[in-house]
Design a binder for this molecule. Structure first.
Ligand SMILES: Cc1ncc(COP(=O)(O)O)c(C=O)c1O
Length: 364
């Protein structure tokens, strides 16, 4: 009999990476490609992080600090949260994986918005959990009432991406607090705040308030977006130590590499870079939304660093035409919205190029 992996693993889809920017440029004969498809920081990483990386090259023959002590202490001071309230991951992707492995028994429920970040679903599949995908409201926001109504005795992990990916929408403080009042003790609410640093809205809740209040809430944040370190892979979860302890037990000892730790600590110390990133994004979102209005395209008002634009039937064509003009965006197929295009903000020049190319692509 041939060797077989666990049966349910064959039901999972492997991650199929798209073509790299270099491969795309080669196949399309482009000399330049503007990548606006992965919600990355167009300013790159902080110069301080780059300098710290160069200095750290002398220690890469050693194993990493398995406790991420320097970064842990820096974050602890930054947030005024005890050091034992943090756990680190190889990107928040790994945290999603680890929380699933640590918490989910077969048949438990993992609840998420539909559409929301696709990796939550993979965590449910891997752990043979029941996916409880609750459609967003017609205005593309998490339907917290419907989510609370759908909780069962088996619901275990409940993800709210705030802002949500791919919609960029947020839940308000009042909505979240009403919702948390309805959450039974057997449910762990994970607020995935990957785009936290971008949000500029007085009603946006800071998930840490609920961690500090002792709720069954864990907050995820990442260095991949506003801090510009996506390629190094580092994210962190904040919560009461007893909620993080199961993850500490299942994670690999050296899951976060030395360069990621060093760069993240340096990036954290450069809040001016984060402020520049935020301001640039605000400008980009304004430009994109004004352009959509001018072009008669509907879009979802976003608080993150990307905009979801309705392209209708011709969406795939528009995506392709943009690509031929050297601009890579994301089609909504992966998250079940094939008539939408997701595009992140870039530098002012990149943004102007996108707007111009979009107008061209629609005209063709
Ligand atoms: C909502 C959300 N959570 C998590 C992630 C993963 O981020 P990381 O790079 O930290 O793994 C992303 C990345 O796009 C995201 O949009």
């Amino acid at each position: 009999m041939p060797v077989r992996a666990r049966a349910h693993v064959y039901d999972m889809q492997p991650y199929r990476p798209g073509k790299t920017p270099e491969q795309l440029m080669q196949s399309l004969g482009l000399s330049e490609l503007i990548k606006l498809s992965a919600n990355e920081n167009p300013l790159g990483a902080s110069p301080r992080a780059k300098e710290a990386l160069v200095n750290a090259l002398d220690i890469i023959h050693r194993y990493p600090d398995g406790a991420c002590s320097v970064l842990r202490d820096a974050l602890s001071e930054f947030y005024g949260l005890p050091p034992d309230h943090f756990v680190f991951g190889n990107g928040s992707d790994e945290l999603i994986h680890l929380f699933g492995v640590a918490y989910l028994e077969p048949g438990d429920g993992l609840m998420m918005g539909q559409p929301s970040f696709v990796r939550y679903e993979a965590s449910a599949q891997l752990n043979q959990a029941t996916l409880q995908a609750i459609p967003l409201t017609p205005d593309f926001r998490h339907d917290l009432e419907a989510m609370a109504d759908a909780i069962t005795a088996r619901t275990k992990l409940l993800y709210i991406a705030n802002p949500n990916n791919p919609t960029g929408t947020i839940v308000s403080r009042a909505e979240l607090e009403r919702f948390l009042e309805r959450i039974p003790d057997h449910v762990l609410v994970i607020l995935d705040e990957a785009y936290f640093e971008y949000v500029d809205h007085p009603d946006y809740p800071n998930g840490l308030d609920y961690v500090r209040a002792g709720r069954n809430v864990v907050v995820f944040r990442t260095f991949s977006k506003a801090y510009g370190l996506a390629g190094l892979r580092i994210g962190y979860a904040m919560g009461r130590p007893e909620l993080l302890d199961p993850v500490e037990r299942v994670r690999e000892p050296f899951n976060v590499n030395t360069l990621a730790q060093v760069a993240a600590a340096a990036a954290l110390s450069d809040q001016a870079h984060v402020a520049r990133t935020r301001a640039l994004n605000r400008e980009g979102l304004n430009l994109f939304s004004t352009a959509c209005e001018r072009l008669g395209l509907r879009y979802v008002s976003s608080y993150a660093n990307f905009l979801l634009i309705e392209g209708g039937e011709r969406c795939a064509q528009v995506h392709q035409r943009l690509l031929e003009r050297g601009i890579l965006t994301r089609t909504g197929e992966v998250f079940g919205m094939p008539t939408y295009l997701r595009v992140n903000t870039g530098t002012p020049e990149q943004n102007a190029r996108f707007v111009e190319a979009l107008a061209d692509a629609l005209r063709e």
